[in-house]
Design a binder for this molecule. Sequence first.
Ligand code: HMG
Ligand code: MG
Length: 307
Amino acid sequence: MFDRLPERVQVYEVGPRDGLQNEKAFVSTEDKIRLIDALAAAGLGRVEITSFVHPRWIPALADADRVAGHYPQRADGPTWTALVPNMRGFERALKAGMREVAVFMSASETHNQRNINKSRDETYAAFEPVFAGCAEHGIAVRAYVSTVWGCPYEGEVDPAAAADVAARLLALGAYQISLGDTIGVGTPLQTRRLLDRIGAQVPLETLAMHMHDTRGTALANCVVGLEYGVTTFDASIAGLGGCPYAPGASGNLATEDLVYMLHGMGIETGIDLDRLVDAGALAQRLLGRTLPGRALQALLAGRPSAG
Ligand code: HMG
Ligand code: MG
């Protein structure tokens, strides 16, 4: 082990979207902007700032158009991105000036149906014009494949199904596929088997990993990904959130936990861990509670003012 680790990893921050989408009390647009600003100040290079889904399905992000409008893409700043489920979402993202979007579907049929109200076949059909519109306007498309490690409705998911979805989304025009352990059930040997199977069908360098820490296995799975040469990992500040249409899916991997581990392994991220902890502390103040990120709690406790 550990003989072929990458020198540098990109951390893809999902807190403002995947984290806040679960919040029951609406976080004001101004507070969302404070959080995104703090993440950018910590050096995160890619931040998913919101979601152009239906506000009835995700009321917490009903202000997507305002949040995105606040972040015009600058050449020298972080890449801003946002979820888009269909053409209506694409039109909203285009109007808001997004230069990158992320589409999403599930490896399992039932989760896909519950999450976006479509079969997987209907979803490809809905994505085709989105990819075409993005190509026309020079907008980059990332794609998520959810429930790769397990489905809350169907249980085990055939790795071949995840590989097929990943391959089709790449063929449609996605530049990166983020494999999601939506309910946080994955374990390291399973991750090996999945990366062997999916990597046999799509180039490993197109893959990112989106792990949930529901059962404490997210970092162990990331280490397997590192060994396979995966260099993009999704994480959520302070461990905020999960998927509201996946029961039990609390616990995105906390960004501070991931960055702490990567830096300790000598892997560069371009992120200032101290300022990341500031962003995590801000998230806790904005939401008025202690959040699950473990490195955040430990590093805050070690600060001189913590007493
Ligand atoms: P639907 O009800 O089937 O939509 O929802 P529809 O196409 O039948 O349209 C119904 C109405 O909604 C129409 O309005 C549309 O215009 C409107 P009407 O004509 O009746 O006035 N509409 C929209 N309005 C605003 N924005 C839109 C939009 N689309 C349609 N984009 C839909 C289908 C996909 C919209 C809905 O199911 C939805 O919004 N789902 C989102 C669910 C979601 O956000 N889940 C969480 C994110 S996924 C996740 O967290 C997993 C991930 O993190 C990875 C992992 O962890 O594995 C990515
Ligand atoms: Mg997620």
